[in-house]
Design a protein around this ligand. Structure first.
Ligand code: PBG
Ligand code: ZN
Length: 314
């Protein structure tokens, strides 16, 4: 076996190759900011102002990063998350700003948790998520994202029938060619912790276990993915990534659909923290983690290291 492991030869026979072409950089845009703000538990990641997001998008395009996944933080929240479908909302403005100066593929995260005062991903009554009442709101948000110029709509709320509702809303408004990237198998994970701090999307009561998946379940993920495919998802996602490599593999094997993996904030923070302690080498660790995610079957890699990967390969 050792003969093919020699430097130079090893690369010729590598089965898995990372490529910037499949990477997506998550970005945060905050209506309340006038200059970039560091995200403390995620070193080298920033929340941007509306002006800043334009500059950052330009820098990413110059580096060859093909796509961004946009999260918005509104100045005002209410019970129903109305800032999420405001045509002058933060996401809507940010998409227009980015599209004005770049040819980046702009993917918009579609969820209510950053916009609701209670911080849940759907409408709520008596501390219970109202699945069906939430659906029309998701349709409105999708249409408004598409109208602003979003290239791909990515619903992340794990609301049953969200994909079918969003497909219908997009088609009705004439956005028949706008694809849906569904957060199909999204687990109720503690690895979202740093994100929730950054996105100011922590919940006022309870947790997300009534709508996000139980980490104990694998067969259920296939069921979730199948339903999303039937409802019209163009790309399906497994999230988080590294703790769920078995799910990535099972989904790819079973459906062969375009598959995205989200290497989430906690996965980033773990490696960064160890790197800061001098316990891991950041670059070697993130390359190995992304390689494992790709090897498991992911096509698209949503990773906070997309920009760094581009810089390393410049
Ligand atoms: C909101 C959303 C979350 C993430 C993406 N969209 C957090 C959550 O569901 O609580 C997590 C992203 C990350 O941790 O990097 N629905
Ligand atoms: Zn949410």
């Amino acid at each position: 076996m050792r003969r093919l492991r020699a430097p130079g030869i090893r690369d010729l026979v590598a089965e898995t190759r990372l490529s910037l072409k499949s990477m997506v950089q998550p970005l945060f845009v905050d209506e309340k900011l006038s200059e970039p703000k560091a995200i403390e538990p995620m070193p080298n990641q920033f929340k941007q102002s509306l002006e800043g997001i334009q500059t950052e998008a330009g820098a990413l395009e110059d580096l060859g990063v093909p796509a961004v996944l946009l999260f918005g933080l509104p100045a005002h929240k209410d019970d129903v998350g109305s800032a999420a479908y405001d045509s002058e909302g933060i996401i809507q403005q940010a998409v227009r700003k980015i599209k004005e100066v770049t040819g980046l593929i702009v993917i918009t995260d579609l969820c209510l948790c950053e916009y609701t005062s209670h911080g849940h991903c759907g409408l709520v009554r008596n501390e219970k998520i109202l699945n069906d009442e939430t659906l029309p709101v998701l349709g409105m948000i999708a249409a408004s994202h598409a109208e602003s110029g979003a290239d791909i709509i990515a619903p992340s709320g794990m609301i049953d029938h969200m994909v079918q509702t969003i497909r219908a809303a997009l088609d009705l408004e004439g956005y028949t060619d706008t694809p849906i990237l569904s957060y199909s198998a999204k687990y109720a994970s503690t690895f979202y912790g740093p994100f929730r701090g950054a996105a100011e999307s922590s919940f006022a009561f309870g947790d997300r276990r009534s709508y996000q998946m139980d980490p104990a379940n694998a067969a259920e993920a296939l069921w979730e993915v199948q339903l999303d495919i039937e409802e019209g998802a163009d790309i399906v996602m497994v999230k988080p990534a590294m703790p769920y490599l078995d799910i990535l593999k099972a989904v790819k094997d079973q459906f062969g659909m375009p598959l995205a993996a989200f290497q989430v904030s906690g996965e980033y923070s773990m490696i960064m923290a160890a790197a800061q302690m001098g316990w891991l080498n950041e670059t070697v660790a993130f390359l190995e983690s992304l390689t494992s995610i790709k090897r498991a079957g992911a096509d698209m890699l949503i990773t906070y290291w997309a920009k760094k990967y581009a810089e390393l390969n410049r």
